[in-house]
Design a protein around this ligand. Structure first.
Ligand code: AMP
Length: 130
């Protein structure tokens, strides 16, 4: 199914890209809970994360781990929180959110407003660490 995320993978919609390989893609969430809030997605257009086969699910988590380690090098925080929600975009994705407190990963909280320059700067810094 064509979604906003499949368009991002194909480069039809711009994003602040962090990393990709032949099966997975990572980019900054456009409505971040924190600086460095990143989405990791499979290139396969599957809606629900638990419909991925076991190998893809496991490998996506390993890819997300590499991204999380890169985020942690750039964004000062206690942990990289991990969440799967998936109620808005019907393409499987893992949220990676720098956190110091459980409240930092509350999806009802007001999102940050960052300038395009700041998004780009964060994406560039993290992607170098990947
Ligand atoms: P959910 O499906 O509930 O996990 O939420 C989808 C997430 O995707 C939200 O945090 C949105 O801010 C994010 N999002 C939606 N469109 C874009 C986009 N074009 N670029 C980056 N992030 C996006």
């Amino acid at each position: 199914m064509e979604t906003i995320f499949t368009k991002i993978i194909k480069g039809e919609i711009p994003c602040y890209k962090i990393a990709e390989d032949n099966r997975f893609f990572a980019f900054l969430d456009i409505n971040p809970l924190a600086e460095g809030h990143t989405l990791v997605i499979p290139k396969k257009p599957i809606d629900y994360i638990f419909d991925l086969n076991d190998e893809d699910l496991a490998d996506m988590m390993v890819f997300a781990k590499k991204v999380a380690l890169a985020i942690k090098k750039i964004i000062p925080c206690q942990r990289i929180g991990v969440a799967v929600v998936g109620l808005e975009v019907p393409h499987a994705h893992i949220h990676l959110v720098p956190i110091n407190d459980v409240y930092d990963i509350d999806f009802k909280k007001e999102k940050l407003k960052l300038s395009p320059q700041r998004f780009q700067e964060i994406a560039s810094l993290i992607s170098v660490e990947f």
